[in-house]
Write a protein that binds this ligand. Structure first.
Ligand SMILES: Cc1cc2nc3c(=O)[nH]c(=O)nc-3n(C[C@H](O)[C@H](O)[C@H](O)COP(=O)(O)OP(=O)(O)OC[C@H]3O[C@@H](n4cnc5c(N)ncnc54)[C@H](O)[C@@H]3O)c2cc1C
Length: 504
């Protein structure tokens, strides 16, 4: 097989043209091809750049700087079929893919998940959006699929790892569109990822994975050498040969369990901020002069005394209430597959160094409950960006998409004076890069759950450094941030167990 890079199409050209362009490059007819990567270069006149895979005889005669040999990755597992039980707490991306991989290798897998299955969870989330009644076990953070289920489901990561293709293949086999395998900045949207996750769960059930929804981890059992041998829920005790903990960054109760059992935790830097919303047409115009009418994204980064950056942008999305605890406010972003709300949102976050707080969870909780106390409801805090810059409060220039409504608030009161200055410098910088960013935008917040304030430190075999057989995975363990990186972490730990089975 050959990998052919550098094939270009203008946005107005059809992909039907690709075959002719490939044949031109090869100077040879082809029967078929598949797209390997597709990315947009919008630096000058926007153009899509493709890499494609072609099967052809006498490959060597075609090799040049754009054409190389291509070999499919091998994702097979050794045929060990061990008589061992793995318990996984938390069924977000890290837990899902750890379960998937360990099941492939023949381990007995038991999943304990605090929340409900997606069909029930959707009802709870929709009720919260409409009536403001929050279920602390079934919400945007908790339930089948984890935190990314009500999201834009962007499938991007800066990590380079062959298992990215493994994850995307699993998504596609379970109903995601094929283009996620090759599109740069691919996303599925909340409507589709819900179906994909449900399908993965159904498949795992058929393959023998045992699921316990509505059942949260209550304690861990350690022997005299601190080795974890069982875990407890309200329904009973589960003995385990391996225990994977993937309960996410919002599981404050799990952190308490770990602290009570002296599991080694370390503090980590975090980031806090707010969402900004702009008309999508304004972002499209600024990013690609409106030539590409698909919802355009932006990535903004300011390097001042502290980093300020855009994060988790949701083109054509909505800002959502992402709290899991009563009497707190947390924002985040979500979109449907068609990204058609007409509004672009993105978090704007400032780095908070671990030296700036004693206990990261308390620090974040204080901000979230301060916001609720000000609002006296689940209405989010809001301000025009221009008013934040001038320390003023005026009615919002545009309505927010946040479903529970907003109250006007001066975000200058949320951050320290020092951080306000840095955020304002950053916003001025963003306004230079996207002229009108300040004037056209509104702020909704606070956004506090972009990163986990602790790391459950692991050794070289991915076990807690002072609690053998506790394998922390994903974002809550401090080893991932985002759907792909957490899924990869679940696979990394599962592979460690699979490929070292019988050796360690
Ligand atoms: C609204 C929103 C939008 C997002 N959008 C994107 C996006 O577009 N792209 C992207 O890459 N990332 C996105 N993220 C981030 C991404 O979802 C997370 O980084 C990722 O889900 C973390 O995976 P995880 O497996 O570590 O944990 P989580 O997904 O947080 O899953 C943890 C699971 O553990 C369960 N749990 C908690 N406590 C217990 C307990 N005591 N016992 C048993 N189970 C428990 C929870 O119910 C949950 O299902 C978004 C997050 C949110 C909230």
């Amino acid at each position: 097989m050959l990998l052919i890079n550098g094939i270009k199409l203008r946005p107005d050209e059809s992909e039907d043209k690709l075959k002719i362009l490939i044949e031109k490059k090869l100077r040879h007819p082809i029967r078929s091809f598949r797209i390997h990567k597709k990315s947009l270069d919008a630096r000058k006149e926007p153009v899509y750049i493709y890499a494609v895979i072609v099967e052809i005889e006498n490959e060597d005669r075609y090799l040049n700087k754009d054409i190389s040999k291509y070999k499919e990755e091998d994702f097979s597992v050794p045929d060990i079929r061990p008589d061992k039980t793995v318990v996984i707490a938390g069924y977000g991306p890290s837990g899902i893919f750890a379960a998937y991989r360990l099941n492939e290798a023949g381990f007995k897998v038991i999943v304990l998940e605090k929340g409900k299955r997606i069909s029930e969870r959707v009802k709870d989330v929709e009720r919260f959006f409409k009536e403001g009644i929050l279920d602390e076990s079934s919400n945007i953070q908790f339930g089948e699929g984890g935190a990314g289920t009500f999201s834009d489901a962007k499938l991007t990561t800066r990590i380079k790892d062959k298992y990215i293709d493994y994850i995307l293949n699993v998504f596609v086999e379970n109903g995601a569109k094929d283009s996620i395998r090759y599109e740069n900045h691919a996303h599925i949207g909340t409507d589709q990822i819900r179906n994909v996750i449900s399908s993965i769960t159904d498949r795992l059930i058929l393959k023998g994975v045992e699921f316990h929804f509505n059942e949260d981890l209550k304690d861990i059992c350690l022997d005299e050498n601190r080795r974890l041998y069982a875990v407890k829920t309200a329904a009973g005790t589960y003995n385990c040969d391996y225990f994977l903990l993937g309960t996410g960054h919002s599981a404050y109760d799990v952190v308490k369990i770990l602290k009570n059992n002296d599991v080694y935790l370390e503090k980590k830097d975090i980031a806090i901020g707010f969402r900004v919303e702009h008309p999508q047409s304004f972002i499209d115009q600024r990013q690609t002069k409106g030539i590409i009418d698909a919802a355009n994204e932006y990535f903004l980064r300011y390097k001042g005394e502290k980093g300020v950056y855009s994060f988790c942008m949701c083109p054509g999305g909505i800002v959502v209430p992402a709290m899991s605890e009563r009497n707190t406010i947390v924002t985040n972003g979500m979109s449907y597959s068609d990204r058609s709300s007409g509004i672009a949102n993105s978090a704007i976050l400032i780095q908070i160094y671990k030296e700036e707080f004693e206990d990261g969870y308390e620090y974040l909780h204080d901000i979230e409950s301060k916001a609720y106390a000000y609002s006296s409801s689940y209405k989010a805090l809001s301000q025009n960006i221009s008013d934040f810059m001038n320390n003023e409060l005026n009615p919002l220039k545009t309505d927010s998409t946040y479903p529970l409504g907003t109250v006007l608030y001066n975000f200058n009161d949320l951050f320290t004076k020092h951080d306000n200055q840095i955020i304002k410098d950053a916003l001025r910088d963003f306004d230079r890069k996207i002229p009108g960013f300040i004037d056209k935008g509104i702020m909704i917040g606070p956004e506090t759950r972009s990163s986990c304030p602790i790391r459950i430190k692991r050794d070289e075999h991915y076990q807690s450094i002072n609690t053998p057989n506790l394998y922390p995975i994903g974002e809550g363990a401090g080893y991932g941030g985002g759907i792909m990186s957490c899924a990869l972490d679940g696979i990394r730990v599962a592979n460690e167990i699979i490929f070292n089975y019988g050796k360690v």
